[in-house]
Design a protein around this ligand. Structure first.
Ligand code: ADP
Ligand code: GN1
Ligand code: MG
Length: 352
C-alpha cells in the first residue's frame, strides 16, 4: 500500500480515481495512479538495490534535460513529476523513497517478443537511446550500482554465495554451479579484452530487457526504466537486449524445450539496432558485438543463481525456485547461443 503522506505529497486526494500495482519489473514497487485527467507511475525505489537513490534522480534529470533539448526525440522517455512542494522525489525515512513519472499513455509492455516487427522496433528504440546520448559526457553520470556488469565482481559474488550457502540450497544446484564454472575463463577473456580499452566507455542504458521498451500498436514508443543508465559499453545494451528479446521463451520458462535463440528475432533486433548505431560504433565495437549476447546471458545467469543461493533477497520472486528457473533459462539459452555464435557474427558483419 502507498502511505497517504506519499500520495498527499503529489496529489489532491480527491483527484485520484484509481491506484493499482503495475508491470512486471523485478526491482521497484510500481503503481499506476489514475486521476480524472491523466495517469502517473508512482514508484517506491528499492533502496537495498539502489543505496543512493538521489543519484537515480540526478541521472534521470540529466537524460530528461538532454531529451527535451534534443532534436532527435523520436522516442519518449518517462519524465519526473515534482511533488506539490516542488521536489523531484518524496523521501521520509519511514515511508521510503518515492518517485513520480508521467504514464506513457496508449502504450503496453511485453514480457516476450511475439513478432519480428516488435524485435526490430525494440532494436531501433534501444539503438536510438545509445545514439541519442552520444554527446552527453559519460563522466556526468555516476554509477547507480557500482560494477553493475563487471563480470569479475559478479563472479566474486557468485563464489561468495556458493561458499556461504546461506539458504542451504547448494547441494540442489551442483550441476548449475558447474555449468557456470566451466565457462568462467572464456568469459573472463572477453572481459579482459573489454578492459584493455578496445571497447570504449559510453553512456548506456544497462538494463535493455524487453519490458523496458513501451509499444503503441506495432511501434516502439518509449524507452523506460532509466535507473541503471550510466557508464558502460555497447556490449552491455546489445547483449542484454537479445537475452530477452530474441529468447523463444519467457525469462522464467519451465519447459526447457522452448528455450532457444529465435533466429528471426535476433536478425530483426540486430537490423534495427545497427540501423540506429552503425554510424557511431567503432570497428572494434562492431567486431566484438556478437560476443555480447553470450556474455550478458552468462552474467545474468550467475546473478539469478547467486540470488537463489542467497535465499531470494535481490529479485522479486512469485514462486518457489523462481530464481533457479530463471537461471536455468539463461543456461539453456546460452548453450543455444554458443551453437549459433559464428552465424551471429556473420550476420552482424554483413549488416554494417
Ligand atoms: P523495475 O526497475 O522494477 O523493472 P520499471 O521502471 O521497469 O521498474 O517499471 C516496471 C514496469 O512498469 C515496466 O516494465 C512497465 O511495464 C511499467 N512502466 C514503468 N514506467 C512506465 C511509464 N512511465 N509508463 C507506462 N508504463 C510504465
Ligand atoms: C532487473 O528492473 P528490471 O526488472 O528491469 C535487473 C537487471 C536484470 C533483470 C533480469 C537494477 O531488471 O539487471 O537483467 O532484472 N535490474 C537491476 O530480468 O538489478
Ligand atoms: Mg524494468
Amino acid at each position: 500500500m502507498i502511505p497517504d503522506k506519499v500520495l498527499k505529497a503529489y496529489f489532491n486526494l480527491s483527484e485520484i480515481v484509481n491506484i493499482s500495482p503495475f508491470g512486471n519489473g523485478h526491482i521497484q514497487l510500481t503503481y499506476r495512479v489514475e486521476t480524472k485527467s491523466k495517469s502517473f507511475i508512482l514508484q517506491k525505489i528499492n533502496t537495498t538495490v539502489f543505496t543512493n537513490p538521489e543519484l537515480l534522480i540526478k541521472n534521470h534529470l540529466l537524460i530528461q534535460q538532454h531529451h527535451k533539448l534534443s532534436k532527435d526525440n523520436e522516442y519518449l522517455i518517462p519524465e519526473i513529476i515534482k511533488t506539490l512542494d516542488g521536489n523531484n522525489y518524496f523521501f521520509d525515512t519511514n515511508k521510503g523513497f518515492w518517485r513520480l513519472t508521467n504514464f506513457i499513455e496508449n502504450s503496453y509492455s511485453l514480457e516476450k517478443t511475439a513478432t519480428s516487427t516488435q524485435a526490430k522496433e525494440a532494436g531501433k528504440a534501444y539503438g536510438w537511446f545509445l545514439t541519442s546520448l552520444v554527446n552527453v559526457k559519460t563522466s556526468l553520470f555516476e554509477e547507480p550500482i557500482p560494477d553493475f556488469h563487471n563480470l569479475s565482481f559478479r563472479l566474486k559474488q557468485f563464489d561468495d554465495a556458493v561458499d556461504a550457502n546461506i539458504a542451504e540450497r547448494r547441494d540442489l544446484v551442483s550441476s548449475e554451479i558447474e555449468f557456470f564454472i566451466e565457462r568462467k575463463n572464456f568469459f573472463l577473456d572477453i572481459e579482459n579484452e573489454v578492459k584493455s580499452g578496445k571497447i570504449p566507455l559510453r553512456t548506456v542504458h544497462n538494463d535493455t530487457k524487453i519490458n523496458n521498451v513501451l509499444f503503441e500498436e506495432n511501434k516502439a514508443k518509449a524507452v523506460i526504466d532509466l535507473d541503471t543508465v550510466g557508464p558502460g559499453n555497447v556490449l552491455f545494451d546489445y547483449g542484454d537486449a537479445l537475452r530477452t528479446i530474441a529468447n523463444n521463451s519467457a525469462e522464467d520458462e519451465e519447459n526447457i524445450e522452448n528455450i532457444t535463440l529465435n533466429w528471426d528475432y535476433f536478425c530483426s533486433f540486430t537490423e534495427g539496432y545497427l540501423r540506429k548505431t552503425k554510424g557511431i560504433l567503432s570497428l572494434s565495437e562492431k567486431e566484438n558485438l556478437h560476443k555480447a549476447p553470450l556474455l550478458m546471458t552468462y552474467i545474468i545467469g550467475i546473478r539469478f543463481l547467486s540470488d537463489y543461493l542467497n535465499g531470494d533477497i535481490y529479485y522479486k520472486t512469485s514462486k518457489p525456485r523462481h530464481n533457479l528457473i530463471r537461471s536455468r533459462v539463461q543456461q539453456f539459452l546460452l548453450k543455444d547461443m554458443e551453437q549459433k555464435n559464428n552465424a551471429m557474427k556473420t550476420y552482424i558483419l554483413n549488416n554494417l
